[in-house]
Design a protein around this ligand. Structure first.
Ligand code: 1PW
Length: 214
């Protein structure tokens, strides 16, 4: 157990996002979900207060893993194949959640929006100074992204949870990448990959008018 916890490093999580994008600029769901699983593990290491934040992400990842291991698994290899399949088969509720409440498209859209938050947060952490407050970085990045999609009560609870975040240096240490400087350097290397995954997904969903799925 201890060995496993020690071996955990945010580097590997971010590397999963690096292996997501194929030469054809498709986003592979396998590594995408592996990246998320790692992130969730990371959130857990931040303490119980973050379990409410990760709970929904766990549920969403689970829905997607079920699709990826299900009968139609070959349709869920990449985001592109998923979108094509679900739209062509009428599996996506476009106006209101009803008969198909948990399509892969609407589920990934939630993870996709949360990924933007993560991206902004890690970028804020990277460019911050030693005395930057992580709770402020986290709140700012949340307000600039995911908050727009959340009702007041979730925004409130999230903002309260952020206050429990450790200091920037402690946070960089929890990442388990080495010294604070090494962690910052790793973020500089890894963030462009998350940006890339985010950008391709955003374009794909925009193209198919899927950015507002209920
Ligand atoms: C320290 C940096 C952390 C970044 C990790 C991102 C985790 C994102 C999880 C946020 C979840 C907040 C509570 C749940 C809200 C759901 O209602 C909402 N889900 C998301 C992922 O935004 C919308 O899902 P729904 O209700 O339409 O199924």
């Amino acid at each position: 157990m201890a060995v496993e916890a020690d071996a955990f490093s945010l580097r590997e999580v971010l590397a999963a996002f690096q292996t997501c994008v194929t030469e054809q600029r498709e986003v592979l769901l396998g590594p995408y979900l592996r990246g998320w699983r790692g992130l969730i593990r990371f959130l857990h290491s931040l303490g119980a207060i973050f379990s409410f934040v990760s709970k929904d992400a766990v549920a969403k990842v689970q829905i997607m893993e079920n699709y990826c291991g299900g009968e139609q698994r070959e349709k869920y290899v990449s985001l592109q194949s998923m979108v094509e399949y679900e739209l062509a088969s009428g599996l996506v509720d476009l106006q209101k959640r009803s008969g198909r409440p948990d399509s892969g498209c609407r589920t990934v859209l939630r993870l996709h929006r949360a990924l933007r938050w993560l991206q902004l947060f890690l970028e804020g952490l990277r460019t911050g100074t030693e005395d930057s407050r992580t709770s402020v970085i986290c709140t700012d990045s949340y307000n600039a992204s995911l908050a727009a999609y959340h009702p007041w009560v979730i925004r409130k609870a999230a903002t309260v949870a952020f206050c429990a975040l450790p200091s920037r240096n402690a946070f960089l240490e929890i990442m388990n990448v080495g010294t604070a400087e090494e962690a910052v350097a790793m973020l500089g290397e890894a963030l462009p990959y998350i940006c890339d995954v985010y950008g391709i997904t955003q374009e794909l969903f925009a193209q198919h008018k899927l950015l507002d799925l209920p």
